[in-house]
Design a binder for this molecule. Sequence first.
Ligand SMILES: Nc1nc2c(c(=O)[nH]1)N[C@H]1C(S)=C(S)[C@@H](COP(=O)(O)O)O[C@H]1N2
Ligand SMILES: [Mo]
Length: 399
Amino acid sequence: MTRTSASVPSAPVGVRDRTFPSPLHETRTASWLGIALGVTFTVCFLTGLYSHYQQQQSDALFLIPARPAGLYRFTQGLHVATGIASVPLLLAKLWTVLPSFYEWPPVRSIAHAVERLMLVPLVAGSLFLLFSGVGNIALWRPWRFDFTTGHYWAAWITIGALITHVGAKLVVARDALRRRDGDAEPPVTTPTAAGPGVVDAGGLNRRGFLGAVLGASGLLTVATIGQTLEPLQDVSVLAPRRPGTGPQGVPVNRTAAQAAVIEAARDPGYRMVVAWPGGERSFTYDELRALPQNEAVLPIACVEGWSANGRWGGVRLRDLAEVVGYADPDGAVVRSLQPGSRFTSSRVNRDQLRDRDSLLALDLEGEPLHIDHGYPVRLIVPNRPGVLQTKWLGRLELR
Ligand SMILES: Nc1nc2c(c(=O)[nH]1)N[C@H]1C(S)=C(S)[C@@H](COP(=O)(O)O)O[C@H]1N2
Ligand SMILES: [Mo]
């Protein structure tokens, strides 16, 4: 196959004079990669918004339901998986359109200038999101900003730029995809830079290249998705955490030692304080054990994309509310014995509070909680990010 290079005879020397001999710098390859990225970015964005809303613990838009119990596990697994799958797609896309960054003249019209300017937030935002996301799940966090805030705002900027970009490229992409296979394909720098020339890259053709990129994307996904899909945990060699590992078969996010709660958690004078408007009552560990006990199989679904099911045992939140005589609370706040940090308290909404599986858990897999899983008492509620399943509880406030 013969193909033109992207050099412009009249362009001044310098970076603009670079040539791009591969025939794969063409619009059709770019369009297919764009479609694939459009799908993964959209799914990643929507699941990310849902995760952010969960972590805000706000009822402003809607009350987060307790059911389906595994919904957050599913959406967050999808969020991390589509983010990981996007990495090879994005790198391939950037490589494919590389010549267009050297386009000459750099600006042809105001519309063209706007279109090119939008590439800055699009490219920078995409790279930032994918690399900060992957860094975060790998527990490699060399940055100083708050990950959640940075990742959230970068997502809006990137999606805004992406929508503009799709709008600007729609016609070019549609034409490229309509052309029949085998037809000559303009390089990505068309119309200004396409001049006659003969280059045989001698490498992959478009189908082979796209296949290789999709294959890399699929392989990376399979190599990591076992952190939440238990049947795949043995082949997921790159999974940062595995469902079956850790004390009582569940991975640990932060140990009791890291949280500096060992002493408070093992204190023989431990009391669980239940407070409500107008009163409070404290329970010893044995008194909690003497209340009606229930079991629930629920996952810890960490925002970092790993998840693991556990069989939890303990006291229903709604039963406890009834025991203290405040039977119909509107919600609750739990507080940890752990000092400081924003993971030390969380809210439970009305729907979650009434769910039969929402527990003050004392047991995991039929044994008292391991101290790293929150002994003496932790919260476990259906359809909730792990970060809100507060461990080492000292206080429950009914509202
Ligand atoms: N008090 C307290 N509770 C906490 C945390 C914490 O750091 N401190 N980490 C949370 C996070 S991010 C997760 S994913 C789960 C993990 O629970 P596990 O360690 O029992 O698996 O606990 C949550 N509860
Ligand atoms: Mo987490």
